[in-house]
Design a protein around this ligand. Structure first.
Ligand SMILES: [Zn+2]
Length: 274
């Protein structure tokens, strides 16, 4: 019996090898859930959602899924990127990226795809405290009263805006359960994660890589930076609401120090939104 199921399992996927990783092409079977498939291949459901445009709760039999082995994220090099900047976006090191992609020098070209192994994410720039920076960028709009970047009226900003190129990964700042994914006015594509004490909001995403009910850890890929909703350009709006007070708080008080992570320059005019 065991031999038969192994045979079936092998029969339903194909393997393609690249530089430092390979991809498995898996065809969804009757009764499969995203969670089961993720477990089978020892990856996070977020990795499968990042690599594939699928509805996590409505997989169809025969649907093709691409799954990287080892687990990792693909990043497409943009104009102006350096290996150092990309390393920061993944909170990892240049040497880890070079090793994973068999690069000998520092040269990269626009459009080039780089593989970032999940195991190397979060090793640098983003340590200390209980919460981590959800994305690497420049704080373009602080928490509190400010002139709204779109309406130009004075208004209360319920979180911080971190400007970063479209497609920059967004990681869960703290462990919790995903309670909302989808479009919400102003916020654009939004993910809400609930912990025992807070709700975390990640807004204006270009892509969401979690589903409602998913348990996330610190560092789980939530999605990618975008400019959906009320927004002047690609950035992450990051918000923390304390459940006991039903009140939003300044995320900077919860995150590792800005000097430690190199993230930030405050008060700059730049990307913003709700
Ligand atoms: Zn904002």
């Amino acid at each position: 019996m065991r031999r038969i199921s192994c045979f079936l399992f092998v029969f339903f996927f194909l393997v393609t090898a690249f530089g430092g990783f390979l991809t498995v092409t898996y065809f969804v079977q009757q009764g499969d859930t995203l969670y089961d498939i993720a477990r089978k291949f020892r990856v996070s459901p977020s990795t499968i959602l990042d690599w594939n445009n699928v509805n996590p709760l409505k997989l169809s039999v025969g649907q093709k899924l691409i799954i990287p082995q080892p687990e990792g994220i693909l990043y497409t090099v943009r104009r102006g990127d350096t290996l150092y900047n990309i390393a920061k976006a993944f909170f990892t090191s240049v040497s880890d990226i070079k090793q994973a992609n068999n690069l000998t020098g520092d040269n990269i070209s626009v459009g080039q795809k780089l593989f970032i192994p999940t195991a190397s994410i979060g090793k640098a720039f983003n340590i200390e405290k209980g919460y981590i920076w959800p994305t690497f960028g420049v704080i373009s709009s602080p928490f509190g009263w400010r002139r709204h970047p779109v309406t130009r009226q004075m208004s209360f900003h319920s979180g911080i805006d971190i400007a970063a190129p479209e497609g920059t990964p967004v990681f869960s700042s703290a462990p919790g359960t995903v309670v909302f994914t989808g479009e919400r006015s102003g916020y654009g594509l939004l993910v809400e994660v609930r912990s025992s004490k807070e709700i975390f909001r990640y807004a204006h995403l270009s892509k969401i890589t979690v589903y409602v009910g998913q348990k996330v850890d610190r560092g789980t890929l939530i999605g990618r930076v975008g400019s959906t909703g009320v927004s002047t350009g690609p950035h992450l709006h990051f918000e923390i609401e304390v459940l006991s007070k039903e009140e939003v708080v300044n995320p900077l008080a919860y995150l590792p120090s800005t000097t430690r992570v190199y993230v930030l320059r405050e008060g700059t005019e730049g990307m913003g939104g709700e």
